[in-house]
Design a protein around this ligand. Structure first.
Ligand SMILES: Cc1ncc(COP(=O)(O)O)c(C=O)c1O
Length: 464
């Protein structure tokens, strides 16, 4: 029995005392769950000493891998020097300033972005997207356009769980019984070619049709009522869905023509996940606003960043006369310890070429999955980009008929993989899919082992 500091059973105490996020609560009370004890590289160890390859990098976030002493040192040194001070009323600290400058440089130099101007720091992907909603309201109010407030998200999107960001999330479970989405959020179709294209429709034709749908939606609602369009470059929790060819090329001009801001949610894609520094650079997008979190600190400490364009900045700056203080910010905005860890994290990503590694080993992993499982009668689609991918299971490969009920299948595969020592994630997506999003330091040898275990788990579950 694993015990805590006071000799109590940790499993028992967890059931008695923790309300777990994103958990089937009554199932947890009966079955319990993994209690993580330590981790190193790509390997996680639980309190019983069982080890797992963490092919999810936590929740898509431990980009540099676990146990990096440089990050521990950066945090410890910063805590000793300045463990906290706020950043309200123009106050700052050296790590926050350096990090803001470095992020803008990375966006310009590594992603070819032309617009980034200023960085606002928060703590989570949810609060970053919440900030986005407030920023686009503030911006349009300052411009004297009080009706231009609606935001278009997409079905199957995941943007977080705060009231505003959960509203932008396009997954029914995140709305049910929470009285969401809030007013003013519209949903465009999921750009998933495998599931939503018409028979014989090419990716380009599908993208063109979605562009037409977006134009129709804007015309129906009135462009004067729509402030922004938010998109993950590759959709994450909703199924790991890379955009079909030509998608953003078709969408961006529609937004520009209707004076609608583009918010890129880079919370998963940023910092190397796709084998490029940012999803926006990967797909040649020029967003007006960018949300980042997760890989920014590899999840070691909480930190998010919202980047605003020069055009938005100039309106915000011009608002001081009318509104006084920009009255938005958190106690922990620009936290010096989080910023110091982020700087050390960026050093590792750069010096160890982990973005390039993500592209190379990610391609190797995807190829391995295709050769081991590509012909399996219950594997419908293997998709992904760089070091993020998903397998979608189907009852029938030819008709693409989904399993019914879907969640059982992906949960069973993930549970069997975990039994064999591999963590993958059953997704809350429309199709029955499991995701892989390993640390970017994964080696080809690790990738081969991931394929081996996952193939065995799929074979075992499908044979049932
Ligand atoms: C694309 C995206 N945006 C936002 C969020 C929300 O981030 P957080 O859980 O840090 O609030 C997530 C979390 O998975 C995400 O994947």
């Amino acid at each position: 029995m694993a015990t805590g500091a006071r000799g109590q059973s940790l499993e028992k105490l967890a059931r008695e005392s923790v309300l777990h996020p994103a958990t089937a609560l009554s199932t947890y009370q009966k079955q319990g769950g993994l209690i993580a004890q330590s981790a190193e590289g790509v390997t996680l160890t639980d309190i019983h000493g069982k080890t797992y390859i963490d092919a999810m990098a936590g929740l898509w976030c431990v980009n540099v891998g676990y146990g990096r002493k440089e990050l521990a040192r950066a945090a410890a040194e910063q805590i000793e020097q300045l463990g906290y001070y706020h950043t309200f009323a123009g106050t700052s600290n050296p790590p926050q300033i350096e990090l803001a400058g470095r992020l803008l440089g990375l966006l310009r130099d590594r992603a070819g972005l032309e617009k980034p101007s200023k960085v606002f720091f928060g703590l989570s992907g949810s609060d970053a997207n919440d900030t986005q909603v407030k920023l686009v309201r503030y911006y349009n109010n300052l411009l004297g356009r009080p009706d231009k407030k609606k935001i278009i998200s997409r079905q199957s999107a995941y943007h977080g769980v705060s009231l505003a960001s959960a509203s932008l999330t396009g997954l029914p479970a995140f709305h049910a019984a929470f009285d969401l989405p809030m007013e003013g959020v519209l949903f465009a179709s999921t750009p998933h070619h495998y599931r939503n294209a018409k028979p014989g429709e090419s990716e380009e034709e599908f993208s063109d049709r979605l562009g037409g749908e977006l134009e129709a939606l804007i015309a129906r609602e009135g462009a004067e009522t729509i402030a922004a369009f938010i998109a993950e470059p590759v959709m994450g929790a909703g199924g790991v869905i890379p955009p079909p060819r030509g998608y953003f090329e078709r969408i961006e001009p529609v937004l520009a023509a209707n004076d609608i801001l583009l918010i890129a949610d880079e919370v998963i894609c940023g910092f190397g996940r796709l084998g490029s520094w940012f999803g926006s650079g990967h797909y040649g997008i020029q967003p007006d606003l960018i949300s980042m979190a997760k890989g920014l600190t590899s999840g070691y400490v909480p930190l998010s960043a919202v980047v605003v364009s020069e055009e938005i900045w100039s309106v915000l700056e011009g608002g001081t006369e009318e509104l006084g203080v920009f009255a938005h910010g958190y106690t922990y905005s620009g936290h010096p310890v989080s910023a110091a860890v982020a700087l050390a994290n960026l050093d590792i990503l750069e010096s160890e070429n982990l973005v390039e590694n993500a592209a190379r080993v990610g391609a190797h992993l995807q190829a391995g999955l295709r050769s081991a499982l590509g012909d399996h009668p219950n594997v419908g689609e293997i998709r992904g980009e760089g070091m993020i991918m998903a397998l979608e299971f189907v009852a029938d490969r030819t008709s693409r008929e989904p399993f019914d009920p879907t969640p059982a299948v992906q949960k069973a595969v993930a549970a069997e993989a975990a039994r064999l020592g591999l963590i993958v994630r059953p997704l809350p997506s429309a199709g029955a899919a499991v995701a892989l999003s390993p640390p970017l330091c994964l080696t080809e040898g690790d990738a081969d082992r991931v394929v081996e275990i996952l193939a065995e788990a799929v074979a075992t579950v499908m044979a049932r």
